[in-house]
Design a protein around this ligand. Sequence first.
Ligand SMILES: C[S@@+](CC[C@H](N)C(=O)[O-])C[C@H]1O[C@@H](n2cnc3c(N)ncnc32)[C@H](O)[C@@H]1O
Length: 284
Amino acid sequence: MCFSIGQALNMSLTLKPYSESYLLDTEMILGFIVSKTREYLRAHEDENLTEIQINQFKRMLCKRKQGMPVAYIVGKRCFWDFELKVNESVLIPRPETELLVEFALKSIRSLNGAERIADLGTGSGAIAIALARENPKCSVHAVDISSDALEIARTNARNLGVSNIIFHEGSWCDGLPDLNFDLIVANPPYISDSDSHLNEKSLLYEPRLALAAKNLGYSELNSIIQNSRKFLKKDSWLLLEHGYNQQKYLIKELSRFGYSDILGLKDYADIDRMVAARWEAIDS
Ligand SMILES: C[S@@+](CC[C@H](N)C(=O)[O-])C[C@H]1O[C@@H](n2cnc3c(N)ncnc32)[C@H](O)[C@@H]1O
């Protein structure tokens, strides 16, 4: 049976009722199967697929119709300037988290460099790997409570040739060694565990441990704000990603716990997304 790249691309229409990005999704799946770029696919629509490729394409399209995110279907996702392996034990890294990396790099420059950084809740290793690659002389300590996530993060670091990350299994600051850090970053779970958005099809595939938190989504953010203090050097930075409606409260909490120079930042969609604060005190 002959089945061309063009015919496969036309099958994107069958995905239309299930995904707003049906064409892009189809191109990404097909591009993955034939190991070619989207531009190549468009320029070679007459090229025929092998039977194995056709079957793989149909299976993957079916998974997409069931709601599985493309990143899990193809097992990878781009972040910053590299590609990460992902599976259902890690959150799919989001573009807005690149803002956290950008601000982290700015903070490191303001300190004239950093010796030691912590990434709490590293997941796929996205933030830790970006910071480690940009600061090769710095030690990055990456913590996660999930051993499956850490396995993916370690694989990603190895695949990218990054050797300045030390991985720790544990809960937030309890997972850190007894050291002081120039910067602590975290993108913890912050969706309220009673929020109905957690039942949306796409989120159902991502680990609940990476998404949901108790106390209206504040429990993990609060724990990090309180406990990071004893791991921060004088004048160092804490950066936290958070939910769209959490910034005001977090700014108050950071101030209550003695942080200074507190900033609230928005993401590319102009939504409150991140807080940054300095730890000036000598004794915590
Ligand atoms: C929102 S995901 C962030 C993943 C990654 N840093 C990113 O930005 O793509 C939160 C991560 O926190 C981890 N996590 C949840 N509870 C934790 C805890 N108590 N201690 C450490 N990590 C935890 C989850 O396993 C998950 O990998």
